[in-house]
Design a protein around this ligand. Structure first.
Ligand code: GRF
Length: 191
């Protein structure tokens, strides 16, 4: 059984959805939720899920303290779900191809620093795109540049707003993120 740590900076609806999925999986479980935001709603969700949650600072992340926490708890896979900070190089190295992110657009378009949440959806609408979607990818030292694992698309209509587009994207995220993570775990093998 592999241990998953989820990093989230905000609401955490993906974190909750992933946790629910893995309650029924023999391959892995969500062992820890980490956030850089003491006010994040994901902390409330973690209580409801009965999953341990840790709040850390930007310095904890840079200094290697967060990495120590993960290693001390034998975390096998790191899942980013609405996490807004850059993952430091030492963590990327220690968990190479075991840190996964979801981006709410079709990378390589609409990625990079500052491209998160509604900023992404607004940029997609402003560009007049006919399609958007989700990208699940490995994390490297740069925002949104790691190898792509999976993409799914949705159509963008003229009447879409950032909010309606966000809803479509969330539906794709809930449908695919846990499933793809489970597939990745199965490729890691079980112990
Ligand atoms: C998701 O759309 C995710 O792709 C993005 O931030 C959003 C997080 O939503 N990077 P939630 O916190 O999981 O509800």
């Amino acid at each position: 059984m592999r241990s998953i740590a989820i990093f989230a900076s905000g609401s955490g609806s993906n974190a909750e959805n992933i946790n629910s999925w893995f309650l029924g999986s023999p391959l892995g479980k969500v062992a820890l939720i980490l956030t850089d935001n003491p006010n994040a709603y994901v902390l409330e969700r973690a209580k409801g899920m009965g999953v341990e949650a840790i709040v850390f600072s930007a310095l904890d992340l840079k200094s290697g303290q967060v990495l120590s926490i993960l290693q001390n708890r034998s975390i096998d896979m790191i899942v980013l779900a609405g996490f807004l900070r850059l993952i430091p190089a030492d963590m990327v190295m220690a968990y190479r191809r075991r840190i996964i992110n979801i981006h709410p657009a079709l990378l390589p378009k609409f990625g990079g620093k500052g491209m998160y949440g509604d900023n992404v959806h607004k940029a997609v609408l402003a560009a007049g795109e006919a399609e958007s979607g989700i990208t699940i990818h490995y994390v490297n030292e740069h925002y949104d540049e790691g190898d792509i694992i999976f993409q799914a698309k949705c159509s963008v209509s003229k009447s879409d707003t950032a909010q309606t587009l966000a809803e479509k994207i969330h539906a794709l995220e809930y449908a695919h993120y846990p499933r793809v993570l489970e597939e990745l775990l199965s490729m890691m093998g079980a112990d």
